[in-house]
Every structure is written in structure tokens, then in C-alpha cells.
Ligand binder design. Structure first.
Ligand code: MEV
Length: 348
């Protein structure tokens, strides 16, 4: 890959000496798609929020050239050395497939700065992984920043985005830039394939409860499912696409005006469309219905569906009730809000 310092918008610092490198931890926010998943694949807009739950990457220099990785959430550990991978915890196949993108991140950053150091890397997520909350991108974003900081070089946010997007290409064959972008910059974004990203100025407090079904899902399988349905019933699905666009446009007004009731209604309608596409499942329906019964203003699946997570909007005084209802229905809930803070260095 022909990446250069100039193309990545990075700058080396005046002096770098591997003898004095200290450990660094960086973090990046996970995300929630509030409106427009799946429809976004066909050119419709989507609204995405960075949430105040973060993913952490801790990097420490080693005396040798090993790249040692450990993921507490996945119970996986192992190292790359001289082109080989050695597993230490978990299945070798799984560990290699999860760590390959992180190796690419590290190699890209080291190559740009002409460094060749071994590293110990610990990754940790405050939210469930592989559940539609963008943790794979958040890890790549945090790791890019952590390695850059360890090497004492200034890596611009644009460079972090580009490097982590390369890593995402290994995780998902055709990723949109949504996840690495929201994790890098934080805040709320309107995304559409042909026009790209537009930051949204959301002043209103948007209290959310996210519920994890515990069901691992393959985003790729869900996207393929929608593709088949669209082929079979294109006339019908085209109308749903138009409705999805209208929902996003109305949601933009509701977010601007802080109209939580309208936002909740629109989430319910958006979920009905996703259900129609066939990407909900029983585990999601239980949690979504439980949240609504407990007084949520609206609830929908978030991300690819087929398991993974749902998101409910609720007034502050209802958050606990909604969380409890999700828990009682077999889900793992957590309360969250938008964060404007993208990738950041946590300290040495
Ligand atoms: C997955 O998190 C969101 C989808 O819309 C796929 C994508 O946008 O790449 C289902």
C-alpha cells in the first residue's frame, strides 16, 4: 500500500528514541446507528451517534520485535513474530483473524515513521463486541492513536481515520466509513454514500438504553439477506427506501428541536421497516417490546440486526425501568448518551 507521511497527514517529531518510549493508552467511542441502517447501503441517509462508552488500546514497547496482543473481551492472546502467528489463549484461527487488522494498523504506523519496534498491546471494550456497536473500528482507531503517541509523532485525525479504515477492510469486505469516522471524530453524523459525512449539531440530551441480545450475528449475512429481498420485491422495497429517507429527514428536525417524542415515534417506524426487511429476530423483538412496555418513547434494532443490539429512547426518569425490563427479558442493558469526544490519549 502506497501510504506516505504526506498522504496520511502525519508529521514526525524532531527526536524519537525507542529507549525512552513509555506505555500509552488511547480510547475511542463506540457508536449507535439511530436511523437508516441497511437503507444506507442503497444510498439513503443514516444518523449515527458516538456514545459515551469507549474502547481502549494500551501499548507498551518491548525489548524484542514481537507484536504481542491480548483482548480481555474475547479471551484471546498471541503474538506475531518474523511473519508467524503464535496463539497463547483461545483458538489460533479466531485469534489470528481478530488480530490481523490490528497488526496492519501497527505496521502502517511503524512503516510511516521508519520504526521497527516490538509492542505489547492490550485491547478492552466497555461494550459488547461484534454486536453492531462499531467496536472493531473503535479498537483500530484507538490503537492508531496509541502507537502514534508512543512513537511521539503527531497523527492527524484524518490519518487515524485512513489507517483504521484500512484495518476495517480486513474485518468487513466492504465496510462503509461510518464506524471509523464516528469513532475518530465523535459527535453525531449524517451519512450518505454520495455526499459523505455531515456533522450534526445535537444540543438536546438524547438518553438511550442499549440492550445486547447476547446473540452474535454476521453483518455480512444480514446485508446479503436484504439484497436478496430487494431483488425479489424491488417495487415494494423501493417504497420502503423512500420511507426510510423521510424518517431520517424528520428525525433531523426532531433532533434539532429536541423533540424526543417524535424521535421515539420515528424509531418505532424505522424498526417496522427493518422488521419488514427481515433483519429483526426473536431476541431483538423481546427486548424491543419489553422496552416499549416499560415506557420507552421508541425502540428499534441498531446495526445489522439478526441479534446484536437494540436501542431504546427514554426520558431520564424511565431509564431505569426500561433497563430493568430489558434485563428481565434476557438482554444486557446499559444507559448511554452521545459523546462529542472522539479518539483521545488517556495518558501514559
Ligand atoms: C451495520 O452496522 C450497518 C449496515 O447498514 C451495513 C453498513 O452500513 O455497512 C447494516
Amino acid at each position: 500500500m502506497a501510504t506516505t507521511q504526506a498522504s496520511l497527514g502525519t508529521q514526525p517529531c524532531a527526536s524519537r528514541n525507542s529507549d525512552v518510549y513509555m506505555g500509552v493508552t488511547a480510547s475511542a467511542p463506540a457508536k449507535v446507528i439511530l436511523f437508516g441502517e441497511h437503507f444506507v447501503v442503497y444510498g439513503e441517509p443514516a444518523i449515527v451517534l458516538a456514545i459515551d462508552k469507549r474502547v481502549y488500546a494500551k501499548v507498551e514497547p518491548r525489548q524484542d520485535k514481537r507484536l504481542h496482543l491480548h483482548s480481555a473481551n474475547l479471551n484471546l492472546a498471541g503474538y506475531f513474530e518474523d511473519g508467524f502467528f503464535q496463539v497463547e489463549q483461545g483458538s489460533a484461527k479466531e485469534a489470528k483473524s481478530k488480530f490481523d487488522p490490528l497488526k496492519l494498523v501497527v505496521e502502517n504506523v511503524l512503516e510511516i515513521y521508519g520504526e521497527d519496534v516490538g509492542l505489547d498491546i492490550e485491547v478492552d471494550s466497555a461494550v459488547p463486541v461484534a454486536a453492531g456497536l462499531g467496536t472493531s473500528a473503535a479498537v483500530a482507531v484507538a490503537l492508531t492513536a496509541a502507537v502514534g503517541s508512543l512513537l511521539k509523532v503527531k497523527v492527524s485525525k484524518e490519518a487515524i481515520l485512513r489507517i483504521s479504515y484500512e484495518a476495517e477492510k480486513i474485518v468487513h469486505s466492504t465496510p462503509s466509513e461510518i464506524d471509523p469516522t464516528i469513532s475518530t471524530f465523535g459527535g453525531a453524523l449524517l451519512f450518505q454514500t454520495d455526499t459523505g459525512f455531515k456533522p450534526l449539531d445535537v444540543k438536546a440530551d438524547v438518553p438511550l438504553v442499549i440492550g445486547y441480545t447476547g446473540v452474535q450475528r454476521s453483518a455480512r449475512a444480514q446485508v446479503a439477506k436484504v439484497q436478496n429481498t430487494k431483488k425479489k420485491y424491488s417495487g415494494v422495497i423501493d417504497h420502503m427506501m423512500k420511507a426510510a429517507r423521510e424518517i431520517v429527514l424528520k428525525a433531523l428536525d426532531a433532533l434539532r428541536d429536541g423533540d424526543l417524542e417524535a424521535l421515539g415515534d420515528l424509531m418505532n417506524i424505522n424498526h417496522a421497516l427493518l422488521y419488514g426487511l427481515g433483519v429483526s429476530d426473536e431476541s431483538l423483538e423481546w427486548l424491543i417490546n419489553a422496552a416499549r412496555k416499560a415506557g420507552a418513547l421508541g425502540a428499534k434494532l441498531t446495526g445489522a440486526g439478526g441479534g446484536g443490539c437494540m436501542v431504546a429512547l427514554a426520558e431520564n426518569e424511565r431509564l431505569e425501568q426500561v433497563s430493568e425490563a430489558i434485563q428481565r427479558s434476557g438482554g444486557s442493558p446499559f444507559v448511554t448518551r452521545k459523546t462529542d469526544e472522539g479518539v483521545r490519549i488517556e495518558g501514559s
